[in-house]
Design a protein around this ligand. Structure first.
Ligand code: 5AD
Ligand code: SF4
Length: 484
């Protein structure tokens, strides 16, 4: 017996604006199904969204939560809920393993609650081998979908209620963007805003271009309209999101009257009344223009934080990674930023153990960390992703060598980060208050413009406000202080 319903497995799918309306109809239909379930259970059904990976995924999860709440589920943190959905990441293998572990544990809940529905979506599901694994070994999963069709979640939810088969809906690619759907923000005062999807860079280690597709920029008018709506709704800080934000707009045709560059877009976003901070994530060093630096300099609303992924400090490894810059060009860019914008914190991503990486290559990376004086760095062990060019490079580095190089690098990263933070001790910073501290409820936790965390005594009424805090003590990655 065929157990799966394979709704669509094609390539390009035309999605029109009418699609948003169609999805709203599915939301109404799903409401009826959930209300029926509520009657049967004698209580409100619960739903849990588990998110892995980057800010783009976090934003997608906010869309999933919105639909689930709208159709009548109560949001829950527990994976023993009536509906559980895993929004996956596949950038590194350990992310895949974590999802599969959690999924396995979730099946035990389903044995006790057969009405429970389990769904899995996101980047990992854009890989055929991962979907095949779920089909074969995780038969209790009810719904699988990918990154390109997340907007039709309400429709898929309805199909899920109408069938007890495993539903699979993966699109290989798309050239359309559907945005006008409900979103429920995790924080009322800050929000991500997708400005583009996909990536055209094809760094040789990276799976993202294969699972997120080609670059597609949203129209500037839609982005500004979304920012205005968010500001009217009390949002003070937006983060403009894209896999490679400074490629924004490059995919617009030359005769498109809306064609603008990323620096022009961010300057327009700064003009939105009510927004007090504008962040962006992630720029690529090869596309970081002087124009962008000028825009940051003249717009105090733009956060004093630039995340600038280095990946490696060795020019030869950078060439093999297809990063399209050299060690010297990267350092020159950092120098330009530090000279023009001395108050900006620079953070980075570094991969250790890329095929062919020698001890001397890692020394080059350590040299860049010291010279760039990174305020923080995320260090990753290279993970071989099937289908990427680097996966078939012959000179994979043995695990023990990678581990030793990783530890050497981490030590320098931590020393540099601590030294960088310490220089702010004793100063006063504007802090956006985010929440009551997890460990001590008399403290509030907030973020400075340069993204540093600050804990200070205060009342929870201040959550969502920007307040001035004196930075009394530096504890490496965070400060403690008091409100001025
Ligand atoms: N192995 C290890 N790290 C990776 N990254 C991307 N692909 C891989 C991989 N195959 C890291 C890069 C990127 C960050 C989001 O994840 O450093 O900037
Ligand atoms: Fe991956 Fe490179 Fe694109 Fe970043 S720029 S998403 S590392 S391919």
């Amino acid at each position: 017996m065929i157990k799966e319903i394979n709704i669509l497995n094609g390539s390009k799918n035309e999605v029109t604006d009418a699609e948003s309306l169609k999805q709203l109809e599915f939301i109404n239909k799903a409401k009826e199904y959930v209300s029926e379930l509520e009657k049967n259970l004698g209580r409100k059904p619960t739903a849990c969204v588990v998110t892995f990976g980057c800010q783009m995924n976090a934003r997608d999860s906010e869309k999933l939560v919105a639909i689930l709440k709208l159709v009548g589920y109560e949001e829950s943190e527990s994976e023993n809920s009536d509906f559980v959905i895993y929004n996956t990441c596949t950038v590194r293998d350990n992310a895949d393993q974590r999802v599969l572990g959690r999924l396995g544990a979730c099946s035990n809940h389903k044995k006790k609650n057969p009405h429970m529905k389990i769904a899995i979506c996101g980047c990992m599901m854009q890989e055929q081998s991962a979907v095949e694994k779920i089909q074969k070994s995780y038969r209790f999963v009810d719904l699988i979908f990918g990154t390109h069709n997340i907007y039709k979640f309400a429709e898929l939810l309805c199909t899920c209620f109408e069938s007890d088969r495993m539903i699979i809906d993966i699109w290989k690619e798309t050239d359309k963007i559907v945005e006008d759907l409900p979103v429920l923000r995790k924080y009322p005062f800050k929000s991500g805003v997708n400005i583009m999807y996909g990536c055209n860079n094809f760094c040789t280690y990276c799976i993202v271009p294969y699972v997120r597709g080609r670059e597609r920029s949203r129209s500037p008018k839609d982005i500004i309209r979304e920012c205005e709506k968010l500001a009217a709704d009390g949002v003070k800080e937006v983060m403009l999101l894209g896999q490679n934000v400074n490629s924004y707009g490059l995919d617009f045709k030359d005769d498109n009257p809306d064609k603008i560059s990323f620096p022009e877009l961010i300057e327009e976003v700064c003009k939105v009344e009510g927004l007090e901070r504008v962040r962006f994530m992630t720029p690529h060093p090869k596309d970081f223009s002087d124009e962008l630096l000028d825009v940051i300099e003249r717009n105090p609303k733009i956060a004093r934080h630039i995340h600038l992924p280095l990946q490696s400090g060795s020019t030869e490894i950078l060439r093999r990674m297809n990063r399209k810059y050299t060690k010297d060009a990267y350092l020159e860019l950092v120098n330009k930023i530090r000279t023009k914008l001395p108050e900006v914190a620079i953070t980075t991503d570094i991969i250790v153990g890329f095929p062919g990486e020698s001890r001397e290559d890692v020394d080059e990376t350590i040299d860049v960390v010291k010279k760039a004086e990174f305020d923080n760095a995320f260090t990753f062990i290279y993970s071989k992703r099937t289908g990427t060019p680097a996966a078939s490079f012959e000179d994979q580095v043995p695990e023990d060598v990678v581990k030793e190089n990783f530890d050497r690098l981490l030590k320098v990263v931590q020393e540099t980060a601590r030294k960088q933070s310490e220089k702010y001790t004793g100063s006063v910073a504007k802090v956006l208050v985010e929440e009551v501290n997890d460990h001590d409820s008399s403290l509030l936790t907030g973020r400075m413009s340069n993204n540093s965390l600050v804990h200070f005594p205060g009342n929870e009424e201040l959550i969502g406000e920007i307040v001035e805090v004196s930075l009394d003590e530096c504890h490496g990655f965070y400060f403690t202080g008091h409100k001025c």
